[in-house]
Ligand binder design. Structure first.
Ligand SMILES: Nc1ncnc2c1ncn2[C@@H]1O[C@H](COP(=O)(O)OP(=O)(O)OP(=O)(O)O)[C@@H](O)[C@H]1O
Length: 308
């Protein structure tokens, strides 16, 4: 379990992490989300003692990282896949880590096999692709067989096969009772991987809740209806209190009315309907609703014409 109590990090007058208090439970995958610069990496760095909190504390299994005699046996982390010396081989890197942490060398081949790097383990890491470096970083996190694992953007640079592999790995580690804390900007992937979500915005906690609850709170559940007389239908739907948005020429997104009611109203009004479908709420929409006001480096969502 990871426990954060009033965790705060200031850089000059910038507060990167602002009074964060929460618990990341064992036996679950907890997704860590937030816009660029929200403070996710800084939080993870403080958990593994790479940054010192300006206030508050971060505990793993009730203890500070700095007080652990063999820390990588208790918490494994992939924070920056590019941090390995490029002249070293993957095996040499893992052997050095194992030696300095009292881990049997047999474990090196075990984790190389687990991440699928055994055939290239003797090659210089400098010649590795981004995806291979990610796999090596994951191998390093798993080396000490720790009960707590943290991954900062683990699927960054991985091909679809690698993304699926990471998802299965995270789920498997949680099923073994480990604490898995993982950050990502890929909402669709997170929706498939995490049980619970922690969302940050400008260093502050926006949400700490089960995945299903976060999605249900979003405005994603809706009805899509396509009609050549969309404006007329929109007017009728609004008149009974529905919220109606035009998403495309002749296409409406309706919230606040069940799908049958939308269909019946169109029928009663004699408005032709070309498509009527339920839109499943997605994490992406719920996330956008949650973080809209916290995006620091927003683009204002330009259309393609603005980029020409
Ligand atoms: N060493 C540092 N010195 C000064 N400011 C820093 C330092 N490290 C991080 N920051 C600032 O702290 C804030 C939080 O950064 P952090 O990297 O933790 O965010 P993040 O949520 O991981 O973002 P991203 O999704 O872009 O990786 C940012 O505004 C960043 O510029």
């Amino acid at each position: 379990m990871i426990t954060l109590r009033g965790l705060t990090k200031r850089y000059g007058d910038k507060t990167a992490v602002d009074g964060l208090s929460l618990e990341v439970a064992a036996g679950k995958v907890t997704g860590f989300l937030g816009p660029n610069g929200a403070g996710k990496s800084t939080t993870m760095r403080m958990i593994v003692g790479l940054d010192h909190p300006s206030a508050g504390e971060a505990l793993v299994g009730g203890r500070r990282y700095a007080g652990m005699p063999r820390p990588i046996r208790e918490v494994g982390a992939l924070l920056d896949a590019g941090s390995v010396h490029p002249g070293r081989s993957a095996r040499a890197h893992l052997v050095a880590m194992a030696r300095s942490n009292g881990i049997p060398l047999a474990r090196v081949d075990k984790v190389l096999g687990l991440v699928g790097l055994e055939s290239v383990a003797g090659r210089r890491v400098g010649a590795y692709s981004l995806g291979m470096r990610q796999r090596l970083g994951i191998a390093g996190a798993l080396l000490g067989d720790p009960g707590v694992l943290m991954f900062d953007e683990p699927v960054n640079g991985l091909d679809p096969d690698g993304v699926l592999w990471v998802r299965r790995l995270m789920r498997g580690l949680a099923a073994e009772g480990r604490t898995v804390f993982v950050s990502s900007h890929l909402m669709s992937e997170m929706q498939l991987t995490a049980d619970r979500l922690v969302v940050l915005g400008r260093g502050r906690l926006l949400t700490d809740a089960p995945m299903a609850e976060v999605i249900a709170r979003g405005s994603g559940n809706a009805v899509r209806v396509r009609s050549p007389r969309a404006s007329e239908l929109a007017e009728r739907l609004r008149a009974v209190g529905a919220e109606v948005r035009r998403t495309d020429e002749g296409e409406l997104r309706v919230t606040g009315l069940p799908i049958d009611r939308v269909g019946l109203m169109a029928y009663e009004a004699g408005v032709p309907v070309l498509e009527l479908s339920a839109v499943e709420a997605s994490l992406e929409e719920a996330y956008m609703d949650l973080t809209g006001a916290s995006v620091e480096y927003g683009t204002g969502m330009p259309g393609a014409e603005a980029l020409r």
